[in-house]
Ligand binder design. Sequence first.
Ligand code: SAH
Length: 345
Amino acid sequence: MKKILQDLSFEELENLTVRLGEKKFRAKQLYGGLMLGKRISAINVSSSLRERLSEEYEDEPVKILKTLTSSDGTEKYLFSLADGNVIEGVLMKYKYGYTQCVSTQVGCRMGCKFCASTLGGLVRNLSAGEILSQILCVNALHGGAADKRAVTNVVLMGSGEPLDNYENTVKFLRNVSAEGGINISPRNISLSTCGLVPKIYSLADEGLPINLTISLHQTTDAGRERTMPVAKKYKIEEILKACDYYFKKTGRRYIFEYSLIAGENCGKEHAEQLASLLKGKPCHVNLIRLNEVKERGLNTVSEKQAYSFLGMLEKSGLSATLRRSMGSDIGGACGQLRVSYLSEN
Ligand code: SAH
C-alpha cells in the first residue's frame, strides 16, 4: 500500500512540498484540495507535482462504496480502503447540524458480547488520514463547499476501539480540529471507549478538550466481565478514577453509554447500583436499546421497559437520556453493515 497524504498536518505537507522542490504556497493549494475531499489527481497543482505525489501516495485512500438511507434520513456508508478492506460510517442529521460516526479500526479485538464489529477480530488499525478521509468523503458527497461543510460534529463510535489505536486517533483529532483544515472544534467531537484506563489518562494529558464517553453497560465488575472481556483487565472503580482525572484536566463532563439488554442490565437493582456508582459525579448516562445483532443472540428491551429504567435513574437524581435509535432499519449498529457485506462477498 502507498502512503497516505491525508495523514499529514498542514505543516508536514508544507515540508514535503519544499522537499520535493516546490514553492511553499503549493502546499496551501494541495491542502485546500485534500480538505475538499479531492483525489490527488484532481487537485489543481502542476501536473509534475501531482505525478510525483501519486507515485508515493494513494490517490484516493477512502472511497464510498455504498450508501444506505434510512426512513429517518440517517445515512449509512460502506467505505473501501486502498488495500480492499471495508469499514463503515453513519451520518445522523440533527437540527443543529450533521454528526458523523467514524471508524478507527478495521474490525476490533475487544470482543464485546453484543457487538458486530468484533465478530471477525481486529484486521488492522486505520491511519489518521483514513479516519479523516471518511469525513472528507461525506462532506464532498453533500456538496463539499469549504464555507458550508456538512459534517459539524464527529463521534468516534464506529468500528474499532479508538484508544487501542491511540497514536493515529490522537493525530486524527489534531488534524480534524486544525484551524486551517476542516476545523471541527474538539467540543464537537466525542470519543467512545470500552475503558482502556491507562489511555484515558494519556488522553486527558493531550490538551484536547473532546468529550469522553465510556461504554459501561453493566453495574458490577462481574456483570461487565460477562458482557465485555476488557473488564477482566480494568475494574469499574479504576475507570471512574480515570474519568475524574479526565474531568480535572479538561473540565469536560463525561458520558456513560449503557445499552439495554433484556434480562442482563435493566432491572431495579441495576438502576440502584448505577445511581450509587455515579451519583454526584459530573456525568451523564446515555441509554440506548440494544440493536440486536443476529449472530449475538442477545435481546433488546421494549420501549416501555427502557423508559421505565430511565425513570428509575432520573428519580435517583442521575442525569440521563434515552437516545433515539437512529437508522436501525439500515443496520445502524456498530459493524453490522460490514459483516453483512463480508458474508455476501
Ligand atoms: N470501542 C468503542 C467505540 C465503538 S462502539 C467503545 O466500546 O465505546 C460505540 C458504542 O456502541 C459503544 O458504546 C458500544 O458498546 C455500542 N454498541 C456496539 N454494538 C451495539 C449494539 N449492537 N447495540 C447497542 N449498542 C452497541
